[in-house]
Design a protein around this ligand. Structure first.
Ligand code: EPU
Length: 347
C-alpha cells in the first residue's frame, strides 16, 4: 500500500534531527507499489529516495520534490539448517536490527557493522562500513527497482561496483535511477571473526589474541565490543543528531603524501592501501587544522571524533553546510587536501 502525504514533515526520517520537509512523501511497501508510482509518472518529476536518512543533509530545510521511502522491514530466512544461511531483509529494516538478528542467531557476517545508523537500503547505496567490514562483504543479491523501466530485477552484489563508500548507485549517470527494495545477506555458521581493526581486540579484553581464543569468540561478543567502541567515540544518536562521518577519508598517491609533508611539516595519520596509495585520516587532518572547536549556529564537531558533524542544538541544514565548508577550507589551506563529503546534500 502507498501512503501519500503532501507538505510532509520528514525531520524524524533523518538522523541529523534537522527540521526538514518535502513537497510529497510516498511511503511504500512492495515493488508493485513502486510500479504503480511509475505508472502515475511520479519518477518523471523531481524525487529522491530516503533510506534511514543517515547520510542526507537537507540544506534548505525543504525539498520541493517527492520523497520515496520504503516501509518494508521484513526478514526472511533461507537455509537456516545449513552452514551459510541467507537472510533477506526489506530495504527499510534498520541495518543494526539485521546485525542484531544475525548475531543473536549465532551467525557471522554483520557483527562488525553493529550500531551503524540507517537502513539496509541506505547501506546498500553507499556500502556502509566500519571496524574492518563493509556492507558488500556480506551482501549477495539486491532487489532493485529501475525507475526508468518500472521493473524490479535481482542484481548480484558483485555487479554493484562496491568500493570505499561507493557503488554504481552513487554514479552520477545513475543518480536516482535505482531504488533498492531488498537485500540478501549470506551469513556463516563457522567462525569468521574479523579483528582487523585495532581496538576491537582491546575492547574484547585482550592485549593480543591467539588464533585459538579468536576461534572461540561468538558474533554476539564482537557485536558487544563494536558497540562499546562506537559508544566511546561516536555521539549517541538519541542525544546529538549526526550523519556519522561527514567526509570520506581522502586517498592520495605516495607523491602527494610527500608534498603534504613538505607543505605542512607534519606526517599525516593514515594507512597504505594495496596499490601504494595512502588513505589519510580525515579526523586527524581536521583536528590538526585546528577545526575541532569550530561551530556555526547549532552545528559543531563531535569532540572525540571530529569527522562527525553534529546538530548540537537546533542547527539548520545551512549551519551544517557552512561549518563543513569552513572545515574543508581550513584543511585545504593547512594540508592542500580536499575533503569530499560522504553526506549527500539535498537542495
Ligand atoms: N583522530 C584525531 N583527532 C581526534 C580524533 C581522532 O586525530 O580528535 C584521528 C586519529 O588519528 C585516529 C583516527 O582519527 O587514528 C580515528 O579513526 P577511526 O578509526 O575512529 O575512524 P575514521 O577513519 O575516522 C572510519 C569511518 C567510520 C567508521 C570508523 C571505524 C570513514 C569516513 N569513516 O572513520 O565510519 O565507523 O572508520 O571503522 O571511513 C561513517 O561512515 O559514518 C562512519 C562513522
Amino acid at each position: 500500500m502507498i501512503k501519500q502525504s503532501e507538505n510532509a514533515d520528514i525531520t524524524s526520517l533523518t538522523t541529523f534531527g534537522i527540521t526538514a520537509g518535502c513537497g510529497s512523501l510516498f511511503e511504500y511497501d512492495t515493488d508493485s507499489d513502486l510500479a504503480a508510482l511509475h505508472s502515475q509518472g511520479v519518477f518523471r518529476r523531481p524525487y529522491i529516495t530516503l533510506g534511514g536518512g543517515s547520510n542526507l543533509l537537507f540544506v534548505n530545510g525543504f525539498y520541493p520534490g517527492a520523497v520515496i521511502t520504503s516501509r518494508n522491514d521484513s526478514v526472511t530466512w533461507r537455509g537456516l539448517d545449513t552452514d551459510f544461511p541467507l537472510m533477506e531483509c526489506g530495504a527499510a529494516l534498520q541495518l543494526d536490527r539485521a546485525c542484531s538478528l544475525a548475531a543473536e542467531a549465532g551467525l557471522w557476517g554483520l557483527e562488525n557493522l553493529s550500531g551503524i545508523p540507517g537502513s539496509v537500503g541506505g547501506a546498500a547505496v553507499q556500502n556502509a562500513g566500519a571496524y574492518g567490514a563493509e556492507f558488500a562483504d556480506a551482501a549477495v543479491t539486491l532487489k532493485v527497482f529501475d525507475t526508468r523501466t518500472g521493473q524490479t530485477a535481482e542484481m548480484p552484489a558483485a555487479n554493484c561496483g562496491y568500493g570505499y563508500r561507493t557503488s554504481i548507485f552513487k554514479a552520477p549517470e545513475n543518480s536516482g535511477r535505482y531504488i533498492i527494495t531488498a537485500v540478501t545477506f549470506r551469513l556463516s555458521r563457522p567462525c569468521r571473526a574479523n579483528l582487523s581493526y585495532r581496538g576491537l581486540t582491546e575492547a574484547l579484553g585482550y592485549d593480543e589474541i591467539t588464533a585459538e581464543a579468536a576461534s572461540a569468540l561468538t558474533p554476539r561478543q564482537i557485536r558487544t565490543a563494536v558497540l562499546a567502541v562506537r559508544d566511546r567515540k561516536l555521539p549517541d544518536p538519541s542525544k546529538a543528531g549526526s550523519a556519522g562521518s561527514f567526509f570520506k577519508n581522502p586517498v592520495v598517491s605516495a607523491d602527494e603524501y610527500q608534498q603534504i609533508i613538505c607543505l605542512s611539516g607534519m606526517e599525516p595519520s593514515g594507512h597504505r592501501l594495496p596499490d601504494g596509495s595512502i588513505k589519510l585520516s580525515a579526523a586527524w587532518l581536521i583536528d590538526k587544522a585546528g577545526c575541532k572547536t569550530l561551530t556555526c549556529g547549532g552545528a559543531a564537531l563531535w569532540p572525540s571524533q571530529p569527522l562527525v558533524l553534529v546538530n548540537a542544538s537546533g542547527a539548520t541544514g545551512a549551519d551544517v553546510a557552512t561549518l563543513a565548508a569552513e572545515v574543508s577550507a581550513r584543511v585545504r589551506q593547512r594540508f592542500g587536501v580536499t575533503l569530499t563529503p560522504e553526506v549527500i546534500y539535498i537542495r
